[in-house]
Design a protein around this ligand. Structure first.
Ligand SMILES: CC(C)(COP(=O)(O)OP(=O)(O)OC[C@H]1O[C@@H](n2cnc3c(N)ncnc32)[C@H](O)[C@@H]1OP(=O)(O)O)[C@@H](O)C(=O)NCCC(=O)NCCS
Length: 185
């Protein structure tokens, strides 16, 4: 298994471990952090299951799922979670997802995190296309992806069935040949 570690100026991405379940539950179990996500806040047991699946998926060959803890580079505290999932039928393409603890929002960390995921996907995994789907109402996610260089592609109607009903998604993407290492050209 290849052990991922990506270090930026403020954030570090690393593999999740079983010790991260409580910290990840503080995000996946938080009503504010999951408001725009297509599921209800997770229970600790559900988060533990997600971590087990991620640890197993990390050993798969070829590896398709990267579930990464997002830590504060200075003190190692887990402040978020990031996901990069390579598509089974399109191994040049991956979907990203991200969530940070609400008390860290609004300081540019989400934008940094999208940039780090693009850099990891294009530079390290040699992907061609990276995309993310957000709720139409999720303005912070929209801005974080746009500022990081992911263009809006359009609307996927009834993309997810959520506990609150069908939800459309706005899809953003970045392509390897228009990505210059930090921003869209
Ligand atoms: C999406 C998310 C990661 C963004 O994180 P963040 O650290 O707040 O992002 P940034 O600070 O980089 O902000 C991105 C932009 O949104 C703006 N923004 C942040 N919070 C905002 C809010 N509540 N309302 C309006 N704009 C907001 C910022 O000003 C910034 O815009 P700018 O670059 O023009 O200044 C964070 O909101 C989050 O974890 N949300 C819950 C999970 C989620 O929705 N994930 C996305 C799934 S697609």
């Amino acid at each position: 298994m290849r052990c991922v570690q990506v270090t930026g100026a403020r954030l570090r991405l690393r593999e999740v471990t079983r010790d991260d379940v409580d910290a990840l539950h503080a995000i996946y179990g938080d009503p504010a952090a999951t408001e725009h996500l297509p599921f209800d806040p997770r229970t600790p047991e559900e988060v533990a299951e997600i971590v087990e699946e991620a640890i197993e998926a990390a050993m798969a060959e070829p590896r398709r799922l990267y579930l990464l803890a997002v830590t504060d580079v200075h003190d190692g505290r887990v402040i978020g979670v990031a996901r990069l999932q390579i598509e089974a039928d399109h191994p040049h393409s991956a979907e990203i997802g991200l969530a940070l603890r609400p008390e860290t929002w609004g300081r540019g960390l989400g934008t940094d995190l999208v940039r780090m995921l693009l850099s990891f996907g294009f530079r390290d995994l040699r992907l061609h296309r990276i995309w993310g789907a957000r709720s139409p109402a999720n303005v912070p996610a929209q801005l974080a992806m746009l500022v990081a260089g992911m263009v809006e592609e359009g609307r996927v109607r009834h993309h997810y069935r959520t506990p609150r009903g069908w939800r459309d998604s706005i899809v953003h993407s970045a392509l390897e040949d228009e990505w210059d290492g930090d921003r869209r050209r």
